[in-house]
Design a protein around this ligand. Structure first.
Ligand SMILES: Nc1nc2c(c(=O)[nH]1)N[C@H]1C(S)=C(S)[C@@H](COP(=O)(O)O)O[C@H]1N2
Ligand SMILES: [Mo]
Length: 198
């Protein structure tokens, strides 16, 4: 006699907060392509460079004196874990672009250690992206990108560059570290844009 529990019958209803192909995790996995750079906050610098080479630099003291936001966001890694309701403090990326004269449509985020990732500039504006320096009420640990990481939660989490050190503004899109290896240039988890061509 076959016993079929009604609870396991048919397709399970998907969690509406979970993009296609993702599963929930409650821990916080560390994903780093190389060794963890140790950057003391008092030596951290962040430079925005335009397509003409004009550069503006902020220090940790500058960053932490700027108006910050506390945000609660869901994050989605392309290796299929998602973590819901993560809490961060950061300065909106827009604040660093206000006085910058640019015609660029794209940006390359650069990290201490050499990691890069490309994004459309529009995806860094408004309430979509932060230069983050607190996680869950504490300093961001080095493993998770401290002292400062980019936070762009509406795209796959590889776009959220850890150990952020700069943004280079670009007239044309150009692939970063994972994008050169075949990952998607945009990376929208809701459209499951994992690889080039998705
Ligand atoms: N500098 C740098 N940033 C990075 C990475 C990296 O290897 N180096 N990995 C990316 C990937 S693939 C993911 S999923 C997240 C992981 O962040 P976490 O280690 O805090 O979970 O960081 C992203 N940012
Ligand atoms: Mo990832």
């Amino acid at each position: 006699m076959a016993i079929v529990s009604p609870g396991f019958h048919g397709r399970r209803r998907a969690d509406p907060d979970l993009p296609p192909g993702q599963y929930l995790t409650t821990d916080f996995p560390v994903l780093s392509a190389g060794p963890t750079p140790r950057v003391p906050a008092d030596r951290w610098q962040f430079t925005v460079t335009t397509e003409t080479g004009a550069a503006t630099t902020w220090t940790w003291a500058d960053l932490t004196a700027m108006p910050a936001r506390d945000v609660t966001v869901d994050i989605h890694c392309v290796t299929k874990w998602s973590k819901l309701g993560t809490t961060w403090r950061g300065v909106p990326v827009s604040a660093f672009l206000e006085d910058v004269d640019t015609a660029a449509d794209y940006a390359m985020a650069h990290s201490y250690g050499g990691y890069t990732t490309n994004l459309p500039l529009d995806d860094l504006l408004d309430d979509q992206a932060w230069v983050a320096y607190r996680y869950d009420g504490d300093d961001i640990t080095p493993e998770h990108g401290g002292p400062v990481r980019l936070l762009v939660p509406h795209l796959y989490f590889w776009k959220s560059a850890k150990w952020l050190r700069g943004l280079t503004l670009m007239l044309e899109d150009s692939p970063g570290f994972w994008e050169t290896a075949g990952y998607h240039d945009y990376g929208d988890p809701w459209r499951e844009q994992r690889y080039q061509g998705d």
